[in-house]
Design a protein around this ligand. Structure first.
Ligand code: GMT
Length: 376
């Protein structure tokens, strides 16, 4: 290993793919001997409390009456500059461009030239696909990318979208997401019993923040079409409130099929108990939750959108279905419910693919090489 680096990481600390990935990256970098400083408004929820070389610096947000909208970007940039100076950071690595990349560029310009860290921006998805299209954000994102020392995207698809939507000519490295499963704490049978999964039923898992682009309406419409109706339970691991969907569950006659667990932190316990994943998103730049399921030998049925085909090899590690078609999704799910041998084989390939292509061991060295490249 080369010289240990001092790396600042900024991400959203809440339940969501970009923060989860950034936290896992920081944890692994610290394990590899680097000094890692998280800078955010709250401690990322998956950050272990006492790991060596891992530090957390909270950003205090103002509460002035004179502001109608509290500002986060400026206090964040001031904290980034302060941590960079006091801890001698080599790198500021920001996950999700808005507002983190702009804050990092500002922080860097507050410092004397010999104390300036290199800025690495990782785009995760909606920072390009949603905010990049917004006239109130797009130019600021393009500017922050142009001023970054390196830009990465979590899939080749997102790289193409970033170039297309933002018209940016800056070089972009594609570094896929990774997942390092923690051991489950409970037995598979115990978790299935807790969820009320009966003998012979297939446990389908959907894990997401339930935002509109995850298409929970389509997820439930798909579940309502699966035959036989009593062949499965659908577990929703919800990163947000499921309350807005409860009426629809009842209307579709799914009350005895759908089990919800909100804000779960021990996802591994549930993933090892599942048989099949189901993702119905309108758009996804990678879909970390498919990878999390794959790591537990659980193949997914998913809409063929965005970067998902880079994660699932259709017909080998899972099944892809056209966007917005609950009939096709239900048929794909049914084909794996009724064929446990094929499901198990796909699960084995899914686990192998996760281990080969998408572990910390495969991916984190790519970030380290990038850091060393920008540090010269
Ligand atoms: O949509 C989410 O689940 C959260 C969001 C985020 O930024 O936290 O996810 C995005 O980043 C994840 C990690 O890189 C990707 O796996 C998701 O596909 C991506 N979501 C979208 O692009 C819609």
């Amino acid at each position: 290993m080369g010289k240990a680096l001092k790396i600042g990481i900024t991400c959203y600390p809440t339940v969501g793919g970009s923060g989860v990935l950034a936290t896992a990256l920081g944890v692994d970098l610290a394990r590899r001997g680097h000094e890692v400083h998280f800078i955010s408004y709250e401690r990322p929820f998956r950050l272990p409390p006492d790991a060596p070389r891992l530090h957390f610096h909270p950003v205090l947000i103002n509460d002035y009456d004179l502001f109608k909208y509290p500002d986060y970007t400026l206090p964040l940039s001031v904290k980034m500059a302060e941590v960079s100076r006091d801890c001698g950071l080599d790198i500021l690595h920001v996950h999700y461009a808005v507002p983190h990349a702009t804050a990092a560029i500002l922080a860097r310009s507050m410092l004397p030239s010999d104390q300036r860290p290199r800025v690495v921006t990782t785009l995760h998805g909606t920072d390009t696909t949603l905010l990049g299209r917004d006239a109130g954000y797009g130019p600021a994102i393009t500017h922050a990318l142009a001023c970054s020392d390196a830009v990465t995207t979590v899939s080749a698809w997102l790289k193409g979208e970033t170039q297309r939507v933002l018209g940016t000519g800056c070089p972009i490295d594609v570094i896929h997401n990774f997942y390092e499963p923690r051991p489950a704490l409970r037995m598979r049978d115990e978790v299935r019993a807790e969820l009320g999964v009966k003998e012979g039923e297939v446990l389908i898992v959907h894990s997401s923040n339930l935002r509109p682009l995850k298409r929970i309406d389509l997820l439930l419409a798909t579940a309502a079409l699966i035959r036989p109706t009593n062949s499965f339970k659908l577990l929703v691991l919800a990163g947000g409130s499921f309350a807005p969907f409860v009426d629809e569950v009842r209307r579709l006659g799914l009350a005895d099929r759908v089990v919800v667990r909100e804000k779960v932190t021990d996802i591994e316990d549930y993933l090892q108990a599942a048989d099949l994943g189901l993702i119905t998103s309108d758009t996804e730049s990678f879909c970390l939750s498919i990878l999390e399921a794959m790591a537990f030998g659980c193949p997914s049925v998913a809409t063929s959108v965005g970067g998902i085909p880079e994660v699932i090899d259709d017909g080998i590690t899972g099944l892809l279905a056209p966007i917005g078609d609950p009939g096709a999704l239900a048929l794909a799910v049914q084909s794996l419910i009724t064929n446990p041998t094929r499901r198990a084989a796909m699960g084995q390939f899914a686990r192998q693919s996760a281990r080969l292509k998408f572990t910390a061991g495969a991916i984190v060295p790519l970030y380290e090489a990038l850091y060393r490249r920008v540090c010269g």
